[in-house]
Design a protein around this ligand. Structure first.
Ligand SMILES: [Zn+2]
Length: 296
C-alpha cells in the first residue's frame, strides 16, 4: 500500500472528440503539488473545478462537474485512470466543456501515466477507511460495503436477452491491475438506445470507434470485444471513476450489483459524509449489517 502522495512526473496530452458534444477536445494532465487533489481547469475560460462530490451536477449520461458557473463534462474515465493509477494530485486542463472520450476506455490515459511515471512527495495520503457494513440501494442498483485493507470491488451486470447477459468480476486495486484488467474496457450501449440518445441531443460524438454497440446477441464492432466480460469491467471502471470524487484513497470492500452513476454518486456522497443534498429521495442505508459471502 502506497503511503505517500504522488503526482505525474511530467505532462501528458490527449486529443479527440467529446462523446456528447461531438466537438474536438484537447486535454493535458499536469503535475500538481501535494494536497491539490485532482483539479480540472478549462483553458478557454480559466475556470477551475475541483474533482469533488460537492461539484457533481449531473450523472445521467456522463458525470458533469460545475463550479462558479463553469461546467466540465464526461470526467469519469479520466478520473478512473488517475485514481486507478494512484495519482493523488494532478491538474487536468481541457480546452472546452467536455473531455475527449478517446476510445471509450481509460487505456490511453492509464498507459500515458504508466509511461511517464510518477513522483512521490513526503506528504502522506489521507486514507478513508470503510469501518462498517452497510448497503445502499437506488433504481434497481445496490452497493454493499464492508471493511477491507484494500480497495476491492465485486461488480455484477445483468442485461437479460442480450449478448451481455450476466457478468461479474472481482478486482483489487493496484496500478498494475488497473492498467491491465480495467483501463482497456470500453463503454457500451445497446443499439436500441442510440436513437433516444441522439433525439436528446446526446452522444453526438458516439461511434464504433469509442463505444461497444450491442444488438441482441451480437457486437457490432468489427474487432469484437477486448475481454469476454468487458461490460462488467467497464462498469468497474465507472465505479472507480465515481468513487474518485471522494477525493481520498478509499480502503474497503464493495459489492456493486448492477451499479450505475446514480447509486455510485449516493455512495460517494455517503462516504464523503454528505447528506445527498441534491437528491430528492435519500439513499436507503440498511440498519442491519449485510452479510457478504463470496466464493470466487
Ligand atoms: Zn464509462
Amino acid at each position: 500500500m502506497r503511503i505517500y502522495q504522488r503526482t505525474i512526473s511530467t505532462w501528458v496530452q490527449f486529443s479527440g472528440i467529446g462523446l456528447h458534444t461531438g466537438m474536438p477536445s484537447f486535454a493535458r494532465i499536469l503535475p500538481a503539488a501535494p494536497d491539490t487533489g485532482i483539479m480540472f481547469r478549462r483553458t478557454d475560460n480559466g475556470a477551475e473545478i475541483q474533482a469533488s462530490v460537492e461539484n457533481v451536477v449531473e450523472t445521467a449520461y456522463a458525470t458533469v462537474l460545475a463550479s462558479g458557473g463553469a461546467r466540465i463534462s464526461t470526467v469519469e474515465h479520466f478520473l478512473a485512470a488517475l485514481y486507478g493509477m494512484e495519482i493523488d494530485n494532478a491538474v487536468v486542463e481541457v480546452d472546452g466543456p467536455e473531455l475527449p472520450i478517446l476510445d471509450g476506455s481509460a487505456r490511453q490515459v492509464a498507459e500515458a501515466i504508466d509511461f511517464v511515471g510518477t513522483v512521490e512527495s513526503p506528504v502522506r495520503r489521507r486514507f478513508l477507511w470503510v469501518s462498517t457494513n452497510e448497503k445502499l440501494q437506488r433504481n434497481g442498483s445496490m452497493v454493499a460495503l464492508a471493511p477491507s485493507e484494500n480497495f476491492e470491488v465485486l461488480v455484477t451486470v445483468d442485461f437479460p436477452g442480450t449478448l451481455i447477459g450476466k457478468q461479474w468480476l472481482k478486482f483489487t486495486l493496484t496500478p498494475e491491475n488497473f492498467l491491465k484488467e480495467i483501463a482497456p474496457a470500453r463503454t457500451f450501449v445497446l443499439r436500441e438506445q442510440i436513437d433516444a440518445l441522439w433525439k436528446a441531443g446526446l452522444a453526438k460524438g458516439g461511434s464504433l470507434e469509442n463505444a461497444i454497440v450491442v444488438e441482441g446477441d451480437k457486437v457490432l464492432n468489427a474487432d469484437g470485444l477486448r475481454f469476454q466480460n468487458e461490460f462488467a469491467r467497464h462498469k468497474l471502471l465507472d465505479f472507480i471513476g465515481d468513487l474518485a470524487l471522494v477525493s481520498r484513497p478509499v480502503r474497503g470492500f464493495f459489492l456493486a450489483v448492477r451499479p450505475g452513476h446514480t447509486v455510485n454518486r449516493c455512495l460517494t456522497e455517503h462516504l464523503s459524509g454528505l447528506a445527498a443534498p441534491r437528491s430528492r429521495e435519500p439513499a436507503v442505508i440498511a440498519e442491519e449489517p449485510v452479510a457478504i459471502s463470496i466464493t470466487a
